[in-house]
Design a protein around this ligand. Sequence first.
Ligand SMILES: Nc1ncnc2c1ncn2[C@@H]1O[C@H](COP(=O)(O)OP(=O)(O)OP(=O)(O)O)[C@@H](O)[C@H]1O
Ligand code: SF4
Ligand SMILES: [Mg+2]
Length: 344
Amino acid sequence: MTSTDQQPFLSVRDLKVHFSTEDGIVKAVDGLSFDVEKGKTLGIVGESGSGKSVTNLTILGLHDRDRTAIDGEILLDGKELLTATERELERLRGNKMAMIFQDALASLSPFHTIGKQIGETYRKHTGASKKEARARAIEMLRRVGIPQPDMRVDDYPHQFSGGMRQRAMIAMALVCDPELLIADEPTTALDVTVQAQIMDLLKDLQREFGTAIVFITHDLGVIADVADDVLVMYGGRCVERGTKKEVLRAPQHPYTLGLMSSMPSLDGPVDVPLSPIPGSPPSLLNPPSGCRFHPRCTFAEKVAGGLCSSERPALEVVAGRGSACHLSIGQRQEFFADFAASRH
Ligand SMILES: Nc1ncnc2c1ncn2[C@@H]1O[C@H](COP(=O)(O)OP(=O)(O)OP(=O)(O)O)[C@@H](O)[C@H]1O
Ligand code: SF4
Ligand SMILES: [Mg+2]
């Protein structure tokens, strides 16, 4: 079955990724579901340790298999990835799905030229000759905006600037035209101008190839720029999802509201004081009971019967829009409006 049969290109269902450690079980991802369509970008946002990278490494099959218990479903173009063999996954990585990371140096070998590394990935998946692979590497470097690609193709990673290395990594990820690209904080280490250039580049490539992109970040400003849909993660779970417009214009979850209040306004007045979310992200070794956000939530006391600390709120999703909170939508609208007013 293909994604044209009205099935999303990537479909993650009730994913659980639990690590066995000396201290106990780390529930890094704990019942996560989402879809990504071809040609669309899903932005995944959440604080450090919320399970963003683990989710995406699991999609790619790059997790540590020995100490990891995984449950759920990951369908890529109809193919179940969790039961795929290492060989099948290796074929899919590069060909069908690829990933770019925050740190290009960690994913590029210092001992081989940029051209060789891009070319080898191409050869591995297509069986092209060395000559063809080199030509393809030059073409990819040109496409990601490296000047004089026919010269720079013979450079080693240390001869590239940080921004150029990031582009080279993108070139390597895209050399086999993957249909799914996972970008894990790919611009965080770069200065703002280069960040903007890289994001423009990803958008251009997406327009050209119809790539589905999962873009991981802790920065809502980046989400506002790149995403079509947004998934907000907290403590290994989705707390809110919807289109970018829905989530950023009218957040439904207190955590999303907290994230938005802790960063400069995207389009509002610049003099509104920032209010960081109190406390720190939960331990996933021993996560809070009930709603994992309850120890930090300013609205928890508004819910009767101590429900926030005793019962997990279900993620209720209607037509792709959903949030997991015990407050009624009406209550949230009222409380959030009061909260916004108190900040002015
Ligand atoms: N191999 C592992 N063994 C045990 N725990 C792990 C392992 N990998 C990740 N974790 C834990 O899983 C949780 C989620 O980690 P993850 O890397 O997905 O967070 P993240 O949302 O990507 O954070 P950041 O924004 O800092 O990159 C963390 O508590 C982390 O310590
Ligand atoms: S369920 Fe309770 S603690 Fe969790 S976000 Fe809603 S109000 Fe806050
Ligand atoms: Mg991460």
